[in-house]
Design a protein around this ligand. Structure first.
Ligand SMILES: Cc1ncc(COP(=O)(O)O)c(C=O)c1O
Ligand SMILES: N[C@@H](CCCC[NH3+])C(=O)O
Length: 443
């Protein structure tokens, strides 16, 4: 702990994140690459993804289930990080994807994910998106309403196909996480109310162009305790038994994502907890199981690298950095906490003081950290690294305040490359047109 606050120290942050290290010449390195080198070439702000870290986590998650002898399909929730390089790495680790839009389906197919490795969840799938899913023959469409089920049947009929579908159930379980990332409580917009789902499943068996393969659930995100998982999965297990008792087939259960990580000082459960709960709740049903992890895989693989534009003395003292809420929206949206480390070698031995770390966007909520204990010596031009920004980071960026999308870099155990060029303001302007009648030359 910090002498000046109850938050983790710089050293705590550093030592609990193994791909990060400091050396006396280069300061902070990520997977062996000095961050100051990346900043000099790619500029700031800049997203950095650690390929080695992603592979390690992907394999560790699989190992947790293998240790239980529990065969599971792994579908990465690509809404958390959707770069082609990320998808390629995970494909090579044997992962499919969970998608929420036609755009994500196109990205996944482009990265070589086979249709059989794609599951489509989402509360508002357009006709076009459903048609594309049916035409491509993806593994499973998780239907979120009665209306969607009948619409899917019509669309599949028009395509001359039979669509494999699961009912996404809203089990009315409180995921005990942030209100804005809870998805499985009664009244949340996601899924079909569990009391209606069994009856609907039976009704849907009569549909000619939908094959109901099973049930799906996703309770929420950044979940840190076993109990809500247990409640949600036991509810699903009961439903599977009821549906079977009515004479219908249930082949698959999709357990969703939600496993949380340590951002600050949370006690985050290991993936073995999730494997254990799934094994105990659903392991003896003889169904094909799948999970849809996003954050657990991708959050710790990411850094947002930023440069100090100015320090502003006052009460409080501000550090204004060149990343902002348009880049990383999570602190402004959910008051989320991200570790911040200096990059310069000397900074790790400096005296410390509290700073408010803010971005340049014209919103009072453009604050990354309040009273954050960082080197007192921070000054214009210094680099800082915002940690655990690999999930729901770059994918949630906007161009608010005409701030173009930041560059992206992949580091891979000593190697690195720019994997998305920084967008320019000219790119933004080029996508806009002015109607003729607004131009002075107009008739
Ligand atoms: C249907 C579905 N599956 C999986 C996920 C991934 O969640 P997480 O990133 O918390 O693992 C989400 C996002 O919350 C989701 O909506
Ligand atoms: N965007 C949220 C997670 C939402 C998960 C999708 N349902 C976050 O950054 O924590």
């Amino acid at each position: 702990m910090n002498a000046l606050s109850s938050e983790p120290t710089l050293n705590d942050l550093l030592t609990s994140r193994p791909p990060l290290e400091v050396n006396a010449r280069d300061g902070l390195l990520f997977e062996g690459v000095p961050l100051h080198v990346i900043a000099a070439v790619a500029g700031t702000p800049c997203w950095i993804t650690g390929a080695g870290t992603l592979r390690r986590r992907a394999n560790a998650l699989k190992a947790a289930f293998e240790a239980r002898n529990l065969p599971v399909h792994f579908h990465f929730a690509m809404k958390s990080q959707d770069h082609q390089a990320t998808l390629t790495i995970l494909r090579e680790c044997g992962y499919g994807v969970d998608i929420v839009s036609g755009g994500e389906m196109t990205r996944a197919l482009h990265a070589g994910i086979k249709p059989n490795g794609i599951v489509f969840s989402g509360v508002g799938k357009s006709d076009l998106e459903l048609r594309a899913a049916v035409e491509h023959g993806i593994r499973q469409i998780n239907v979120e309403s009665v209306e969607e089920l009948y619409r899917l049947n019509d669309i599949a009929q028009a395509c001359g196909k039979i669509a494999p579908a699961a009912l996404r159930v809203n089990p009315d379980v409180d995921a005990q996480t942030h209100d804005k990332i809870s998805t499985g409580r009664a009244g949340d917009k996601f899924g079909i109310e569990h009391r209606r789902a069994v009856k609907l499943y039976a009704e849907a068996a009569a549909l000619e162009h939908v094959e109901l393969v099973g049930l799906a659930v996703h309770l929420g995100s950044q979940m840190l305790t076993a109990e809500p998982f247990r409640q949600g999965y036991s509810r699903l297990a009961d439903m599977v038994r009821e549906i079977r008792a009515l004479g219908h087939t249930v082949k698959t259960v999709d357990c969703g994502g939600g496993l949380g990580i340590r951002y600050q000082d949370e006690i985050a459960p290991p993936p073995e907890m999730l494997a254990g709960v799934i094994a105990e709740s659903l392991g003896d049903l003889g169904v094909e199981l799948s999970i849809e992890p996003g954050r657990w895989l991708s959050a710790p693989t990411g850094i947002l690298l930023s440069r100090v534009i100015e320090t502003k003395a006052g009460n409080p003292d501000f550090v204004v950095i060149d990343a902002a809420m348009n880049d990383l929206a999570r602190p402004a949206l959910y008051d989320s906490w991200h570790g911040i480390l200096p990059v310069a070698p000397a900074a790790f031995n400096d005296a410390l003081k509290p700073w408010d770390v803010v971005g340049p966007v014209c919103e009072s909520s453009d604050i990354f950290a309040k009273d954050r204990v960082l080197p007192a010596s921070l000054k214009r031009g210094d680099l800082v690294a915002l940690l655990d920004t690999g999930a729901y980071g770059s994918v949630m960026s906007s161009t608010y305040n005409s701030r173009p999308f930041a560059a992206q870099v992949l580091v891979d155990n000593g190697r690195w490359e720019i994997i998305r060029q920084r967008q320019s303001v000219q790119d933004l302007i080029a996508a806009e047109t002015i109607p003729d009648w607004l131009l002075p030359a107009h008739g």
